[in-house]
Design a binder for this molecule. Sequence first.
Ligand SMILES: Nc1ncnc2c1ncn2[C@@H]1O[C@H](COP(=O)(O)OP(=O)(O)OP(=O)(O)O)[C@@H](O)[C@H]1O
Ligand SMILES: [Mg+2]
Length: 250
Amino acid sequence: MLEFQNVTFRYPEDHLLMMENLSFSVEDRAFVSVIGASGCGKSTIFRLINGLEQPDDGKILVDGKPIAELRQYSAFMPQKDLLFPWRSVEKNICLPMELQGVPKKEQDERCAEVLGQVGLLDYRKKYPKELSGGMKQRVAFARTLLSGADMLLLDEPFSALDYLTRVEMQEWLLHQWEHFHKTILFITHDVEEAVFLSQSIYVIQERPFSEMERVEVPLTYPRSRSDLKRPDIADLKERLIGKLRRGVSL
Ligand SMILES: Nc1ncnc2c1ncn2[C@@H]1O[C@H](COP(=O)(O)OP(=O)(O)OP(=O)(O)O)[C@@H](O)[C@H]1O
Ligand SMILES: [Mg+2]
């Protein structure tokens, strides 16, 4: 569904290319992670996908069409939850619909539906400061879902959470993915998180990069955390960590 064809990109302020002739694809309804050291260009890939940056060369296609011809094909959830502190949960969720001029009654219905789905209907009148970190991320995820896009770009959504909340949120996200049949691209620094969540993992090892190595995770869904202890999975984790460390030392 998503295809990069020989994409080359450099930030105008930068002397070094970020990526050169990069090609990769992500299938419809897949759960794919991108891992790589800090600054290697992970978020830049998302900025290219959602059209915030334009490639210097090459093509980005969704369902075979150039993204410039498409609207609302992807929705981005950044690392920080970006909820407005002065707006209640429901007002935060409704903001994109307000901007699109969706009638108030429809806004309320869609908001209630999605809050029910993420288990936060009782919190709709609360303000962000009254929510835990995990709840705030669920609200941000609900807002991302409401965009109606089939492809969700999640940029380190759980990295600010404590370990136990992060583990809970990972399981929660897999349920959401199974329920909503979306394509998820997930950026993380955390190799274990990538292995637990994804079908495939793309690894960025150097800069500029021309390819991302694709590693398949040999686990089916539903998954349990005890799967991470399987010798082949523990081995996979170690191999991935080794690849990232080689990338950093380059
Ligand atoms: N808007 C921008 N203009 C110029 N350079 C940028 C811009 N955004 C990012 N960069 C540079 O591009 C490089 C890659 O940035 P990017 O945000 O894609 O990395 P990342 O892999 O997501 O890193 P992290 O894991 O720390 O989030 C960095 O060196 C950064 O300084
Ligand atoms: Mg980033």
